[in-house]
Design a protein around this ligand. Structure first.
Ligand code: DCP
Ligand code: MG
Ligand code: MG
Length: 602
């Protein structure tokens, strides 16, 4: 049964939202092909342990599927070129760049795993519709099915405009980063995600609301619905509810016997393609951590080597993130022979922000700074382990758990101007296949069994207050404070990696890499003549004299005299407050400088 727009009476009823879901084609394989174009013309598989986690479309022609055993893959395609994909660094970097490109449209972007993003373009579509002759707007890409009713709420036109924006986004990702992608366009996240792969690779599909129910009934398993996990699936199967169509037919009363009332209603809604969950802007993680697991380590010097390698790797991630860490946590997993089990213990210490320095807007750590960090790490280790007795570890972990809000002190003008394009270094990627074969994954690490904060090592500076920028930007964009991404609300996620990934560590020189995350400004023009307003905004707001760390939008909103003063300050840094200094010094503004506009917090 198809449900027309007028039949809806939930939050989806007006189909008012415009949601795009973008998924990169054969992601890991494309990253490798962009790095080495010779791989484009051969069947390519990405190997982790004994599994081919993904392959390019050339290889898929032979029947290679995700998560096939390498031995099986080679049977169906003996020419398969295998590239080791156990070091996730390049994939993570590519993922962050794609996210940064999507941020350019100034709409909420929610990252999902490594190669997927939701974008809520509702407001942008509304703006465009004011200046468009809507009767002329055509659909870009495919429609799951042609509109079958004339929906009075106008969703068909809005979704056509959305399809044009999706096409611009995909074009820009391709022009800037050379990745082809698929997109799904719908009035909610559920349908946008599920419709996305309909025309793989490198194409996009729009589904109109009235086809939600019939499309959902084509899904073989309730497990295909993203928010239905393995436990719910099991519970449904035990009630003979296997396909989505079964779920559509199940009575609410029966479901209420096995699930809470809310859950039962939600399941029924999902089965007909209803979903009112919002697109939540992804921000920076609360902590950035790495872990290394191994069979057993029982010698202190070996532990030190492991931590040294982890620290090098972690500093690369922190540099990409751009925030200055002020707290460090060490985690160990001890093998307990008596209990035949392992458990984690952690200890953390505040660290001095002065260990880190800013050079041209990029974070750096000197060799002496790294040595200081190592000393803190080994002191924490000594507190966790009684070295007078034998010890057996199966995992060591390091995480920076708190960050200074901004680099130059809370009162500094720089706090208002920093680019907010974030690099989320840590992700949650849930592998659908059995990942037990691989010791690398992105699952969020549960909080340690015991964490102690150690203040004895601290060279403590006063912890900065919540930055004013959040409130200020919120006002400028007419958003509530809660709608602005705040690091404090974000999930803690960490990355586990194995020793193989650490072999690469020595190649990663903290000071030798560019931080080029801001997307290149090249407008994506499409057949919808003025759909690129936000893209143009991106360029017009640019200020040639601004240092790279400055948020151009914020800068352009400042009064002219303030802009001039800042530019003069950047031209002549000796008069500037912008160089790294302690919060105490940043407040000493001269009587007639930019600082007069900002009264420091008392
Ligand atoms: N991945 C993984 N294990 C899985 C599934 C995926 O490690 N079970 C990794 C490899 C993929 C990446 O995550 O490249 C993205 O997953 P997708 O499911 O989006 O698969 P692809 O992007 O590779 O292919 P598609 O073109 O089907 O999207
Ligand atoms: Mg993909
Ligand atoms: Mg994906």
């Amino acid at each position: 049964m198809e449900s027309g727009c007028s039949h809806y009476n939930d939050a989806d009823s007006e189909h008012s939202r415009c949601i795009i879901h973008i998924d990169v084609d054969c992601f890991y394989a494309q990253v490798e092909m962009v790095r080495n174009p010779e791989l484009r013309s051969v069947p390519l598989g990405i190997q982790q342990k004994n599994i081919v986690v993904t392959s390019n479309y050339e290889a898929r022609k032979y029947g290679i599927q995700k998560c096939m055993l390498v031995t099986d893959a080679l049977k169906v395609c003996p020419n398969l070129k295998l590239v080791n994909g156990e070091d996730l660094h390049n994939y993570r970097t590519a993922s962050n760049k794609i996210f940064a490109v999507l941020q350019c449209w100034k709409c909420p972007v929610e990252k999902l795993g490594m190669d997927e993003n939701y974008i809520d373009v509702t407001n942008l579509v509304q703006e465009k519709m004011k200046s468009l002759n809507v009767s002329n707007v055509t659909l870009s890409g495919h429609a799951y099915s042609e509109p079958s009713i004339d929906c009075p709420c106008g969703c068909h036109t809005r979704l056509r405009v959305t399809s044009q924006i999706a096409s611009e986004m995909r074009k820009k990702i391709f022009e800037d980063l050379s990745f082809t992608t698929c997109a799904g366009i719908a009035h909610n996240k559920l349908l946008a995600k599920l419709i996305c792969p309909q025309n793989k690779p490198n194409d996009q599909t729009t589904i109109f609301p009235e086809h939600g129910t019939s499309f959902m009934s084509t899904l073989d398993s309730v497990r295909s619905i993203p928010s239905i996990g393995s436990k719910t699936t099991e519970a449904l199967i035990s009630q003979n509810i296997v396909t989505v169509s079964d779920l559509q037919e199940a009575s609410l009363d029966v479901l209420k016997k096995h699930f809470s009332s809310d859950m039962a209603v939600r399941l029924k809604g999902l089965s007909v393609g209803e979903d009112n969950t919002p697109v939540k802007q992804t921000g920076k993680p609360q902590s950035i951590g790495l872990e290394d697991s191994f069979k057993i380590v029982s010698v202190r010097s070996e532990v030190e080597d492991k931590f040294t390698a982890l620290l090098q790797r972690l500093l690369v991630l922190v540099r990409e993130d751009g925030r200055i860490p002020v707290s460090l946590r060490v985690t160990l997993r001890k093998k307990d022979a008596k209990r035949l089990s392992s458990h984690r213990e952690s200890r953390q210490s505040q660290i001095s922000p002065s260990i880190f320095a800013l050079s041209n807007g990029a974070l750096t750590v000197t060799d002496a700074g790294q040595q200081k960090l190592m000393n803190i790490i080994m002191r924490l280790f000594n507190k966790l382990i009684d070295l007078s007795k034998p010890f057996h570890l199966t995992l060591v972990g390091l995480a920076f758990t708190k960050f200074q809000e901004r680099m130059t002190g809370r009162g500094s003008i720089v706090n208002y101007l920093m680019n907010d394009i974030s690099v989320q270094s840590v992700l949650n990627l849930q592998n659908e296949c059995d990942t037990s074969a691989s010791s690398m994954d992105y699952s969020a690490v549960s909080p340690s069994s015991s964490t102690t904060t150690d203040l004895s090592d601290a060279e403590v500076e006063p912890s900065p207050k919540k930055p004013k920028k959040v409130n200020w930007i919120a006002k400028r964009r007419c958003l509530s404070k809660e709608e602005v991404a705040s690091p404090s609300k974000l999930k803690v996620g960490e990355l586990r990696l194995n020793s193989k990934e650490l072999e690469k560590v020595s190649e990663l020189r903290l000071n030798s890499r560019d931080r080029s995350l801001t997307p290149r400004a090249s407008p994506a023009k499409d057949n919808l003549s003025d759909t690129s307003d936000s893209m143009r905004d991106c360029e017009e707001r640019s200020c040639d004299d601004c240092p790279s760390y400055v948020d151009k939008e914020v800068f352009s909103a400042l009064p002219d005299n303030m802009q001039k003063e800042l530019k003069a300050m950047w031209k002549n840094p000796s008069t500037s407050e912008v160089q790294r200094s302690s919060p105490r010094t940043t407040n000493k503004a001269k009587p007639n400088t930019i600082m007069k506009y900002f009264v420091p917090h008392k």
